[in-house]
Design a protein around this ligand. Structure first.
Ligand SMILES: [Zn+2]
Length: 418
């Protein structure tokens, strides 16, 4: 795309565009969108919306849509070797995260939910404009049991460095009182949700994908702490057994869920929990994880979950679950962040995939009406794309060709519009 704009833009009128109504899954032709400060103030037929002496952008033949939301990212995961990451000073990790954040905004993501790693420092730096990037909704460090998905130690190491000023993405806590303290600590540091490891995972050295993690008492205590703070718990889980234990304990969102089954669907429906599949990362890890630092023994675990992911998404889609866009990419694989659109389109219509990255994601991050929508009163997080993404999702996945403007909170990040 063209030159970056680094100044606040004031009043901006985008004229003569089709506006994407993500919730309805339709385009409304011949619209104008007026932005004042960080908000959308008016949307209507081009002739009726007046921008005064502000900037006017001509978007004839193009589509204005809400900025995208990725609800499963790790913006500090600059390598796929998470044990290495712990050896890097936070100054260096922050510098690497800056590039990852900028790449996300360049691709059209204006809000991300970080589910382990990012903290209030990074979120504040972006909010103050010190680093260009999407708005960060963060959970701080993910909670893991000893030997769980968030325990980075190889089996021969006893010492665990959990200094809060380190670069670790997780905190190991065992027992009801320790997990309460760990959850309270994340909440004290501003977490929007609490992330808990409900099962084994791929990028961890000593657990198995099919293990369950944490006792029900520990899980209920974590949920109780989050709910006391009017926050929710989101859980990393693969098998039906792990997913179901989490949902029974009151977890409000499940990440991955590749190996879940019909019994999980009933629990999702009963609890209203969200589902965030992350297909992009398994394809990426299988194909190029080794060259990006994933240890060989962890690379083998990818194949336990790779093929099942699409089937789980299909089950969830048919059951009508609230499905949200997530990618979970690590290190140099972040460039594949938009690949999730095409992977999901194998089993979901384009309108549903777009909803997962806009309105459904906005509900999950509890910013409904603020992000994920082109409407008066919402934050002016807008994309202009050349083409109709409802007919051709590829319009979203090739930003070099189709993405003509990225605006976050009324500030133009980049534009090639006349
Ligand atoms: Zn993840």
């Amino acid at each position: 795309m063209g030159r970056p704009f680094l100044v606040d833009s004031g009043r901006i009128l985008i004229r003569d565009a089709a506006v994407l109504d993500a919730e309805a899954g339709e385009l409304v032709e011949g619209q104008a969108v007026l932005v004042d400060g960080d908000r959308i103030v008016e949307v209507g037929p081009t002739g009726t919306v007046r921008g005064g002496d502000g900037t006017v952008l001509e978007a004839a033949g193009m589509t204005v849509m809400p900025g995208l939301i990725d609800a499963h990212v790790h913006v500090t995961a600059a390598t796929a070797n998470l044990a290495d990451l712990e050896e890097w000073p936070p100054t260096y990790v922050t510098a690497r995260a800056a590039g990852i954040l900028r790449g996300m905004l360049d691709r059209g993501f204006t809000t991300v939910r970080d589910v382990a790693g990012a903290d209030f420092g990074l979120a504040t730096a972006v909010a103050e404009g010190l680093l260009p990037g999407p708005r960060i909704v963060f959970g701080g460090r993910a909670l893991s049991q000893t030997g769980g998905h968030g325990d980075p130690r190889p089996p021969g190491r006893a010492l665990l460095d959990q200094h809060p000023a380190g670069s670790g993405m997780t905190v190991v806590a065992d027992g009801v009182s320790e997990v309460r303290r760990a959850a309270r600590e994340q909440l004290r540091r501003g977490a929007h949700h609490v992330k808990v490891m409900l099962s084994g995972g791929v990028a961890s050295p000593t657990d198995r994908v099919d293990s369950t993690q944490y006792s029900m008492d520990e899980l209920r205590a974590i949920v109780e702490e989050a709910e006391a703070a009017n926050r929710y718990v989101t859980g990393h889980a693969y098998t039906a057994r792990a997913v179901n234990r989490g949902l029974e304990a009151g977890v409000g969102c499940i990440e991955h869920g590749n190996l879940m089954d019909e019994s999980s669907l009933r629990l999702f429906q009963r609890t209203g929990a969200f589902y965030v599949p992350t297909l992009a990362t398994y394809a990426a890890l299988a194909q190029e994880g080794l060259e990006h630092g994933l240890p060989a023994d962890q690379h083998r675990k990818v194949f336990d979950v790779l093929d099942a992911g699409l089937r789980a998404l299909e089950l969830a889609h048919r059951a009508g679950l609230p499905i949200v866009y997530g990618t979970d990419l690590l290190g140099g694989m972040h460039r594949r962040q938009l690949s999730e659109f095409m992977l999901r389109s194998q089993v979901q219509p384009a309108a549903d995939v777009i909803r997962s990255a806009t309105t459904a994601a906005a509900r999950l991050v509890r910013m409904e009406g603020q992000v994920g929508v082109v409407a008066p009163g919402a934050l002016a997080d807008l994309l202009v794309v050349d083409g109709d993404p409802l007919r051709r999702l590829e319009v979203l996945t090739d930003p070099g060709r189709h993405l003509r403007l990225v605006m976050k909170a009324g500030t133009i990040h980049c534009s090639s519009l006349p």
